[in-house]
Write a protein that binds this ligand. Structure first.
Ligand SMILES: [Zn+2]
Length: 259
């Protein structure tokens, strides 16, 4: 169960970021793989956070200083080195934020009929007319992320690797097979969602009544909504070597084409 004492020490950091016009994009702190995180719209501005860390009375103690635990390992090491803390190994228990971006975009409002319980509900997604723009959802809870394939450099890199592995395998699938195969590989290049599951491009929303993610019918209501939706992060992808990236693309493209 959520216990405010688990993340209470991080609240001053979130408040300072919000005062500086960075915004939270998750509804407060949420569980994430046994810890807690709070998603912020913009990358963390260390110049705002540095004074708070420096003022932390525990900053020089050998046990984890509470505020340092707010950072990802790389950020905390940099701060700890700069501030002369001795304990940069004991960091990262709580992550204040994944530095995902958030993009404003227009979404179609769809009406869905749940294939299990019959509930009728509306939700947003990307329609076919949104060329180069995709919506993906987490497998666990249907958390929505927005993908602009022209703006995300990982998508271009991955498309190029996709072309390469297809050429090496002497395959030239038609566009309607190639596109989904690249999207399938792209989803594998995204970090896991807040609920700890993978994102799936084009997946349906989950029924608010029973949680089922396979509607029996869906249609565009004709309405559109402009919303700020998080974009997926690629920390895991960026940690891979070029060979590992190519192997991952090959695996997912081939799996998709063999379906
Ligand atoms: Zn349902």
């Amino acid at each position: 169960m959520p216990r405010p004492e688990d993340w209470k020490h991080l609240v001053p950091l979130v408040d300072a970021l919000r005062t500086a016009a960075n915004m939270t994009v998750s509804p407060g702190f949420q569980p994430n793989q046994g810890d807690w995180d709070c998603l912020m719209r913009d990358p963390l501005d260390l110049s705002i956070l540095r004074p708070l860390i420096a003022a932390d009375p525990h900053a020089d103690e050998p046990s984890p200083p509470p505020l340092l635990t707010a950072f990802t390992a790389g950020q905390a090491s940099a701060l700890a080195a700069e501030l002369g803390c001795k304990n940069d190994a004991s960091i990262g228990r709580h992550e204040l934020a994944h530095t995902v971006g958030v993009a404003e975009s227009s979404f179609c409002v769809f009406r869905y009929n749940c294939g299990r319980c019959g509930e009728t509900f509306t939700d947003i997604t990307k329609g076919d007319e949104a060329y180069g723009e995709l919506a993906a959802r987490s497998a666990g809870t249907g958390q929505l992320v927005y993908i602009n394939t022209f703006a995300d450099p990982v998508f271009s890199e991955l498309s190029e690797l996709g072309r390469l592995v297809l050429a090496e395998a002497h395959l030239s699938p038609p566009d309607h097979r190639r596109g989904p195969a690249i999207q399938h590989a792209y989803a594998a290049a995204c970090d896991l969602s807040g609920d700890g599951t993978i994102f799936q491009v084009g997946a349906h929303p989950h029924c608010p009544a029973c949680g089922n993610d396979w509607p029996s019918a869906w249609e565009h209501t004709g309405e559109h909504l402009t919303c700020d939706i998080p974009e997926p992060s690629h920390g895991r992808w960026r940690s891979l070597t070029p060979e590992q990236r190519k192997a991952l693309v090959r695996k997912h493209v081939m799996n998709s084409l063999s379906d």
